[in-house]
Design a protein. Sequence first.
Length: 406
Amino acid sequence: MTDYLSREITPRLVGALRRLPVVVLSGLRQTGKSTLLQNEAALARGHAYRTLDDFATLAAARANPESLLEGAVILDEVQRCPELLVALKRSVDEQRRPGRFILSGSANLALLGHVSETLAGRAGYFTLHPMTRREQRGTTAKPPFLVKFLAAPVLSAGRANPVTEREVLGGGLPLACLGPADGVAEWFRGYVQTYVERDVRQLSQITDLVAFRTLAQLAALRTGQVLVISTIGRDAKLNAVTAGRYLDLLETSFLIRRLPPFLKNRSSRLIKSPKLYFTDSGLAAHLAGVVSLEAGREELLRGALFETYVAQNLAALLEAHLPEARLSYWHEQGRHEVDFVIEAGRKVFAIEVKATTRWNESDLSGLRAFLERTPACQAAVLAYNGKEAVKLDERLFAIPLGHLLE
């Protein structure tokens, strides 16, 4: 693995430390939270680092939580000891100065009711997503193309570097995407056994781990599709209530995300269910049993995994640079769809992803329909895996994925 690479979210975290007494950084296990907090000088400086993955530290947190809260502290994997947060709340209320505590965890603390209630008004919440393409390439010093395009839809000059099969199958977990290609499958196998099953079981009692893992695999096979809980539950041989609870656990553990529908236009046939995405394309490919994305083989899943890769990059870029922006999708039943819709203030942008190096007029039908029904749409983009960017109409563009994610 290479040396530490800077992360897009760092400036926002540093800014929050100057304003808030508690900063919460959550994310999928092994996205690099601990590495970030220990290697970024602006975050680590002046903070003692303690992780509740260490048994002695966890025991101390349960027996005498105040002993861990002296001075400025980074508390890693804090979801393992919720009772520590009560003592932290008291400490903050007694001395409310910015930057005292950084909490980190592989569970979405904002979705855990007792945590969000305890820290209400005291904490800012941030997510460390899998590494972006920019982070993996070490090019985060320059502003993202996406941010510039959303401000003013202008094309980049030059030819793009297409997204490779290796990038999609490697995903964005540092030890997978930055390590040797021949070790990725083995790493993901150990990851699922060591982290996924253990972490999820710590969050909630699961009576049938086999059924839970089956559901996770079915979710991976459905990444990029509209979520119908009753259908995925039936295929996993689970009732809808249990399937829903297991999906909630997958979401709380950052293994999946549910993308909401965009409903702000004139169509009366809009699908209102969320779309399901795995948080990391490499993990989705592993659980789905995909080892190659060669064109022509498993074409639907190939496209879905490319789409998942784009989704994780978009989510990370927006979190770091445009936190007020909303990401959604648009789908008219039986007619048209658009993979991603970005709402930034009053501006709306549509993005349709194609894994292929070429496109044809039919690939633009969803974008054209969205433009017709959404007057607020500033630009509609066909993001394809080629090299040349083209302006097709006043608000319609074909942009290489290599440019969109640069």
